[in-house]
Design a protein around this ligand. Structure first.
Ligand SMILES: Nc1ncnc2c1ncn2[C@@H]1O[C@H](COP(=O)(O)OP(=O)(O)OP(=O)(O)O)[C@@H](O)[C@H]1O
Length: 449
């Protein structure tokens, strides 16, 4: 795949220097070749004969090599040196940087020095200088960048200008998996340079006590949050810690009582498949973002509510069954389909349809039935299991009612969120990112509908 082409600089008019990537093992590596353009007799008048003609030919080839993006993009690279196993910088230097160089991108590399640094950088960065922010990290750094941009006075301009992407180098790389379809950093880099720019919805998460936080991936309360954040101390185990945490929770029939109300977009599984079929090929108008794009519809109602459990004044909202909420096992809401490797948790997710997907399980279903549903997470078939509820909403509120002495976790994009009632609503098409083929990685949801 071609990355760059230019006159060879040898003074020979028909020579071009081309950089391209080729697969070596399971990674992509850049190479350089000198091409000589041999004129066809009938085309000889249009074949370059001077250095200037060669430049025009090179430009023409480049525009065809980048049909959906800008060649030689200007990039701010943020590397989290602590990401994953602590080798994010090594991965960047060996797999990502050589491709950016070969593609003649202009890039500045910054290492994050503390938790929250990427937010500070995004809040203060010169947005005119860059086309793209590349997070050489896990999902934590894009989460911070998005929240840093949101803190800016000129947030609409910043989100309108900058593309936010991830080359997978952390322990959770849902953005790369869902948007670029790969966990190989070099392949992700190529997709970032060549893929289509797509506007993705974000979610605004807030409580009565804390300011708005933006989330691009998920919010979870109950078994999944416990299995993720509650097992941080078992990090040495690697990925197994999450599975072990999940199985332990299921075996003990852990339940997380709460009250939940939602503003439905698709309530039943039939409605959801119909909705998906209808919207899967929708195109999104990439018109300029304005401050209106960040307006929150349900924020004031929540902030001003005397009784947050009273939904009667909330037009079109419905409370979920109170028995099911009393026995809730998993509450998981998300925007992107793949939350981790082989975990196609939200197979009906769409990038910019203005909906949040929700999956809920009931702890009364029993260990084997829930485990059976979770065994098919890789193919996204769990959502069809009769013990699993699956629906789409525009907004929702969760009021945790923890059992005495218990302090369960809430996780937002994989990060701990203080235990408290919270509300989430969609922010349509606010995040500019890159997707392979212009849409999320295939989930197979249509195969079943
Ligand atoms: N220099 C630093 N020291 C400590 N923490 C940092 C530093 N730089 C970034 N961080 C924090 O690390 C968090 C996780 O980053 P990232 O997603 O890149 O890695 P990860 O391995 O996928 O992480 P995790 O699984 O712990 O969420 C970020 O949310 C950020 O707050």
């Amino acid at each position: 795949m071609l990355l760059w082409v230019q006159p060879s600089g040898t003074g020979v008019p028909n020579q071009l220097e081309a950089s391209y990537v080729r697969k070596v093992g399971d990674k992509l590596q850049p190479f350089v070749s000198i091409l000589t353009i041999v004129p066809h007799r009938e085309e000889s008048s249009s074949t370059p004969s001077t250095e200037d003609d060669s430049s025009i030919t090179a430009k023409e080839i480049l525009s065809r090599a980048y049909p959906d993006s800008k060649p030689g993009a200007s990039i701010l690279v943020l590397v989290n040196p602590h990401g994953g196993k602590g080798d994010a910088m090594k991965i960047f230097r060996s797999e990502v940087e050589p491709i950016l160089e070969a593609a003649h991108c202009e890039f500045t590399v910054m290492k994050t020095a503390y938790s929250g640094h990427a937010s500070d950088i995004a809040e203060q960065m010169d947005i005119d200088k860059y086309d793209l922010v590349l997070c050489a990290s896990g999902d934590g750094i894009p989460h911070e960048v998005i929240n840093g941009l949101y803190r800016r006075e000129d947030r609409a301009k910043a989100f309108d200008k900058l593309i936010i992407t991830e080359t997978p180098s952390g322990s959770g790389n849902a953005m790369a998996l869902s948007c670029l379809g790969t966990l190989v950093p070099s392949t992700a880099t190529l997709e970032i340079l060549k893929g289509s720019t797509v506007r993705n919805d974000l979610m605004a998460v807030y409580s009565q006590r804390e300011p708005v936080k933006l989330s691009f991936l998920s919010q979870t309360y109950g078994i999944v949050a416990q299995a993720d954040i509650g097992t941080e101390w078992m990090r040495w185990m690697g990925e197994v810690r999450f599975q072990l945490g999940l199985i332990t929770q299921l075996a003990f029939r852990a339940s997380y009582p709460c009250t939940i109300a939602v503003k439905y977009i698709a309530k039943t599984k039939d409605e959801l498949s119909e909705y998906y079929r209808h919207h899967v090929n929708d195109s999104f108008n990439m018109g300029s973002l304005t401050d209106e794009g960040f307006r929150l519809k349900y924020y004031d109602q929540f902030l001003d509510a005397d009784d947050i459990s009273d939904f009667s004044a909330m037009d079109g909202w419905e409370e979920l069954d109170s028995d099911a909420c009393e026995n809730m096992g998993i509450f998981y809401s998300g925007k992107m389909p793949y939350v981790s490797k082989d975990t196609n948790f939200f197979p009906a997710a769409l990038p910019n349809d203005g909906s949040i997907d929700i999956v809920v399980t009931d702890s009364r279903s029993g260990f084997f039935r829930t485990l059976d549903a979770l065994m098919s997470l890789d193919k996204g078939l769990h959502v069809w299991n009769e013990d699993v509820a699956h629906f789409k909403v525009e907004a929702f509120r969760v009021i945790p009612r923890p059992k005495p002495g218990k302090h369960p976790y809430i996780s937002v994009d994989g990060e701990n969120f203080k235990l408290q009632p919270f509300q989430v609503e969609i922010m349509k098409g606010v995040l500019k990112t890159v997707m392979q083929g212009g849409s999320y990685t295939e989930t197979g949801f249509l195969d079943k509908t």
